[in-house]
Unconditional design. Structure first.
Ligand SMILES: *[C@@H]1O[C@H](CO)[C@@H](O)[C@H](O)[C@H]1NC(C)=O
Ligand SMILES: *[C@@H]1O[C@H](CO)[C@@H](O)[C@H](O)[C@H]1NC(C)=O
Ligand SMILES: *[C@@H]1O[C@H](CO)[C@@H](O)[C@H](O)[C@H]1NC(C)=O
Ligand SMILES: *[C@@H]1O[C@H](CO)[C@@H](O)[C@H](O)[C@H]1NC(C)=O
Ligand SMILES: *[C@@H]1O[C@H](CO)[C@@H](O)[C@H](O)[C@H]1NC(C)=O
Length: 479
């Protein structure tokens, strides 16, 4: 007792005299070393990460070219799944998951089947999520805590964490393109809200809806992962996981940055009008497709997505991009949703009208006619005022960076119109569209819709086939 007391008091002046004292000194130093090491470890994990600390020194300016462009390997996907539904839902994930894709699908319980038939790694959520009050939604809590699980996975060289559902279809080339516009060393929260005003009002406009997916940069993720448990306590009453995460990010003072290519798709019935008039932004995600009519006629939902993936892989930047033009001679208005569909109207519609989605869908929550966070045009009750609709049924690469897609007359059950103007259109059975691949810098510049024109002559059978060329607009060309 007294010995220890003596050591404590005079530790700085301790002079060993006997072998026993050397042993005590050794133990003492060992304990001290242990203490110092563990304190420094604790400080390292709880202090801000190193990229936050240095102001880039003027002696060593970081030039833009020295920074490696963000690519798919810098993204860790954090997908919310469940053992009950994974077998079914993995059909969606396997549409876009490649072997360069990193991350995990987080399940509540292990799945029996060897699911590496899709190469998609699954993990089971850390069971500690059950200690939170999950009375308002078990899944809401577990899925929000995927933030913590994903951060703990500690994968190297991750710049962005991208959350999504197991029925979210990501267009990863475009996701990478969008994220590479932002400085991943700053705190970003990027996604989209709901298309449905009801949903945005019930939840909030300032949150990224989880099904559309959203991206969190690493500096924000570091803070969020540390804060999430407190937030799960404070926001136990929310229903959705995405709303809990949004509330937590809000505590960190970071707002939502909206990108218009993330699609929660809070709509019902036929998404046609929306997908045929996509906003002028790269397509990043689609969601809720299980609940919507299939995109293509005579194909189921998964087949439709497989069809869409063909043109997407040829020219990812262009998928679903809308290009409008007129055939002045025949007084037609033509609207192309590249890789998906073409609409032809037998009369002139302005550029604004063509860019406004036809309302072929209802709201998610109340199955009503609105409102949406964008304008819509009603589908006219008169079949003669409705467009004649074509669907893509093939895509191929041509030489010199060109692509060809073709579209054939599709049945949209838009009714039959007897007028001769209408039947002149329906004589056209097939439309060929050629375009240059969009240059890789396209989405980094101020957005501008491209132009199209009907190519004169050509085709074997003039009446049955129409050729359209997509190109950059002339200097002051008007649509
Ligand atoms: C992505 O960038 C890293 C550098 O951070 C590089 O090593 C890797 O090869 C790149 N991956 C792809 C798929 O381009
Ligand atoms: C990953 O993809 C590459 C290119 O598509 C392929 O050659 C390779 O076999 C794939 N690896 C695995 C493990 O499937
Ligand atoms: C889901 O978990 C339950 C209980 O652990 C198990 O019995 C069932 O087989 C699992 N489902 C699948 C598809 O593996
Ligand atoms: C959990 O939250 C509910 C409200 O959703 C509340 O009624 C209940 O008392 C809470 N339980 C605990 C253990 O705090
Ligand atoms: C929605 O609008 C359509 C066309 O304007 C109309 O026929 C339909 O009755 C409306 N439905 C509801 C639920 O308001």
């Amino acid at each position: 007792m007294s010995k220890i007391h003596h050591l404590k008091l005079s530790s700085c002046f301790f002079r060993p005299e006997r072998p026993r004292d050397y042993l005590v000194l050794f133990i003492y130093i060992s304990i001290l070393t242990c203490l110092i090491v563990s304190i420094s470890l604790v400080l390292r994990t709880s202090s801000p990460p190193s990229y936050d600390v240095p102001e880039n020194s003027l002696d060593f300016p970081v030039t833009a070219s020295a920074v490696v462009q963000t690519n798919i390997s810098h993204i860790q996907f954090c997908i919310a799944g469940a053992n009950e539904t994974w077998l079914d839902r993995s059909q969606y994930t396997s549409l876009w998951w490649r072997n360069s894709t990193r991350g995990f699908v987080w399940l509540d319980k292990p799945v029996k089947i060897p699911d590496n038939r899709f190469l998609i790694p699954t993990r089971v959520s850390d069971p500690s999520w059950t200690r939170f009050n999950f009375s308002s939604s078990r899944d809401g809590v577990r899925i929000a805590r995927i933030i913590w699980d994903s951060y703990q996975a500690n994968l190297p060289n991750v710049r962005w964490f991208v959350m999504g559902d197991d029925d979210t279809v990501f267009f990863t080339d475009n996701l990478v393109k969008i994220l590479s516009k932002y400085d991943h060393e700053q705190m970003w929260y990027i996604g989209g809200n709901s298309e449905s005003v009801e949903q945005d009002e019930v939840h909030t406009y300032d949150m990224a809806f989880g099904g559309g997916g959203f991206a969190i940069s690493r500096p924000l993720m570091t803070r969020l992962a540390a804060a999430i448990d407190g937030c799960l306590d404070r926001y136990f009453y929310f229903y959705g996981s995405d709303q809990r995460i949004a509330a937590c990010i809000s505590e960190l003072g970071v707002p939502l940055t909206q990108e218009r290519g993330f699609h929660q798709l809070d709509i019902r019935e036929d998404p046609y009008g929306f997908l045929a008039a996509h906003p002028l932004a790269p397509l990043v995600s689609l969601h809720h497709l299980d609940y919507l009519d299939p995109m293509f006629p005579n194909q189921n939902t998964i087949e439709s997505l497989q069809t869409l993936m063909k043109p997407y892989t040829l020219d990812p930047n262009r998928i679903l991009q809308q290009i409008n033009c007129h055939d002045r001679k025949r007084q037609w208005s033509i609207s192309i949703s590249w890789g998906y569909s073409i609409q032809i109207y037998t009369y002139f519609l302005s550029a604004t009208e063509l860019a406004t989605p036809l309302q072929t869908f209802k709201t998610w929550r109340s199955w009503s006619n609105g409102s949406f966070t964008f304008n819509t045009r009603p589908l006219s009750p008169d079949p003669c005022e409705r467009p004649v609709v074509y669907f893509m049924d093939g895509a191929e690469a041509l030489r010199e960076g060109m692509t060809k897609t073709w579209y054939s007359l599709g049945d949209k059950k838009y009714g039959h119109c007897e007028k001769s103007e209408h039947s002149k259109v329906t004589e056209v059975k097939r439309i060929l569209v050629t375009s240059m691949k969009i240059d890789p810098e396209y989405w980094k510049r101020a957005p501008q819709r491209q132009c199209c024109e009907v190519v004169k002559g050509g085709g074997r059978s003039k009446k049955e086939e129409l050729s359209i060329k997509i190109r950059k607009c002339g200097y002051s060309e008007k649509i």
